[in-house]
Design a protein around this ligand. Structure first.
Ligand SMILES: [Zn+2]
Length: 317
């Protein structure tokens, strides 16, 4: 019996869950994220201690918004955490005596999203947050790629006349559909800028309607790209922007149908039928990290998640 603890380390908060052998969530903790590697590790150690209690048979998975040096627990370029390069796994060993599995947060979220779909085949999790990225997972586990960059589709240009992207290109998916890019183009101090854009568009503000159209086009392009490149069974929309729910999903599906109308091939892929929203309220990032916490990272680019197949992941919801 091992208690699996999954930690989703975000730019503002750490959200952690404990999952028991039956796949049941047995605890959930959240706290603010510190700034810089040592402070981030301190915060993670605190939530692990709180969830583990007296248990010693504990495995830990950490989902981090950055790149992980393949086969290591070293985090790079996690700029939202104030980390340029930091041995996060080593820092956790020092603090709690357990070596965690560290992976990209979106990749773990894909594992969590797949666990919510019993009998699921392959799945792409499209994270619509301040930026745009995807995690791709099938029955053998998440796809990492040669340099750990599989799924980083935010900077694929899809509109040569689109807005400039912070990466220097024009018309990237992220420049159209990333929360930061939308907020910057909107230019008003709203707490939830993307929601404010949708509200203003509903109220017939033409500039907001144009921004919303761009966002919908960007998300649809990402879905099309993921299906054409990987032929996943389903693309799950998650992240802060996906909290818009049907207000986002419906126009994205409309756009996918309209843009496919002239092509028998695209129509045959039934893109609109393969998109869905992440289950409301389910912490997919933390759950995926817990489910992936037992997987070996050393010696292979691909973790073995076969052990997860027996998990009644529905119960994790
Ligand atoms: Zn870009």
């Amino acid at each position: 019996m091992t208690l699996r603890i999954g930690v989703d380390v975000g730019g503002t908060k750490i959200l952690a869950v404990a999952v028991d052998d039956a796949g049941l969530e047995s605890g959930r903790v959240r706290r603010p994220t510190g700034w810089g590697g040592e402070a981030v590790a301190d915060g993670i150690a605190d939530v692990v201690r709180e969830l583990a209690g007296d248990r010693t048979d504990v495995s830990i998975g950490l989902g981090v918004p950055g790149q992980i040096v393949p086969g290591s627990g070293v985090v790079e370029h996690a700029l939202n955490l104030g980390i340029e390069r930091f041995d996060l796994a080593g820092a956790l060993v020092e603090r709690v005596g357990i070596r965690p599995v560290v992976d990209n947060d979106v990749r773990f979220a894909a594992v969590g999203a797949r666990s919510a779909r019993p009998g699921a085949g392959s799945l792409a999790y499209l994270n619509l947050g301040t930026g745009v990225a995807a995690g791709i997972v099938d029955e053998t586990g998440p796809r990492r790629g040669a340099r750990g960059a599989a799924g980083e589709i935010g900077h694929v240009p899809v509109d040569p006349s689109g807005p400039l992207c912070r990466c220097g290109q024009r018309g990237c998916i992220e420049a159209l559909a990333g929360g930061s890019a939308v907020a910057e183009r909107w230019g008003r101090p709203d707490a939830l800028p993307v929601r404010a854009v949708f509200d203003a568009a509903d109220a017939a503000d033409p500039r907001a309607a144009a921004l919303r159209d761009d966002l919908v086009r960007g998300v649809a392009a990402a879905v099309r790209l993921l299906v054409l490149a990987t032929d996943v069974d389903v693309v799950v929309l998650g992240g802060g922007i996906a909290a818009l729910g049907e207000r986002l999903l419906d126009p994205v599906c409309d756009e996918l149908r309209e843009s496919s109308a002239a092509s028998g091939f695209l129509l045959s892929l039934r893109l609109a039928e393969r998109v869905e929203l992440v289950p409301r309220g389910m912490p997919v990032g933390a759950v995926g990290a817990a489910l992936g916490s037992g997987a070996a990272v050393s010696g292979g680019a691909r973790a073995t998640l076969a052990a997860l197949d027996g998990v009644d992941a529905h119960a994790v919801r």
